[in-house]
Write a protein that binds this ligand. Sequence first.
Ligand SMILES: [Zn+2]
Length: 276
Amino acid sequence: MSQISKHVYRFFIEEAIEGFGLMHAGGTNIYFVGDPAEDMVLVDTGEHYRDWTQGILKYYEQLGSPKVSAILITHGHGDHIGGSDRLQEAMNCPVRCHPSLAPRLEKMLGSDVVEKFRSRELIRTGGGATLRALFTPGHEIDHTCFYLAQDKVMFTGDTVLGGSSSSVRDLSSYMRSLQLLASFQVDKVFPAHGKLIENGADYIKHYIDHRQQREKQIVTALSAGHTEVYAIVDEVYPKNLRTGLKEAAARNVRTHLYKLVVEGVVRQTEAEYSLI
Ligand SMILES: [Zn+2]
């Protein structure tokens, strides 16, 4: 069994590059936490593909089909809640999530099945393991991370990924969420996608430093008189980026600029239009 720490078992879903590999860079991790001889919780349910759900169920059988006291959802993206209907049926347990996600899951699964997390709630599972639910908006408003104190493990969902940087919807919230994660003693980061991270505290710090560095570069480009997104991209990123990467860079610059606008550091003026 792929036991990866005292209380954590991992089911890994690899993807062919030509298939969905670009959607889930580095593959997808589904975690069972607790003690298979007592009870466990499941973290995320993957995509709504038959193969994925059957794979998770087969792995669950290999664990001895333990009692699962809850399915915990990190956030509402399709590759995290996809199999929740069939897995909930098989495991006959509540599906738990951030309050913002609850209405949508209730529609999918029925309101008697869905239970909301409370902020900082302690979730108990087998083997004396406890998971602290941490509301961590940024990648998505309904994102929750889980801290397993006994193993010093942080389950980061899509907030911190194993090998690539996360896409961010709201950077101000995201930076606060990273600071929250950094305030725990983290030996290992177990992300929803990509490889497992051994030196978790350093890795989270690197994520924070990287974004702060980027913000400084953008402020420098602005103060040098570059006022357009693509002009800032050219200043801050390596020259000759491929088209796809350039678009991603522009999105990232816009995310930073939006944060700076909200913080009152940058002023945004509308583009002007007039008839010829
Ligand atoms: Zn996501």
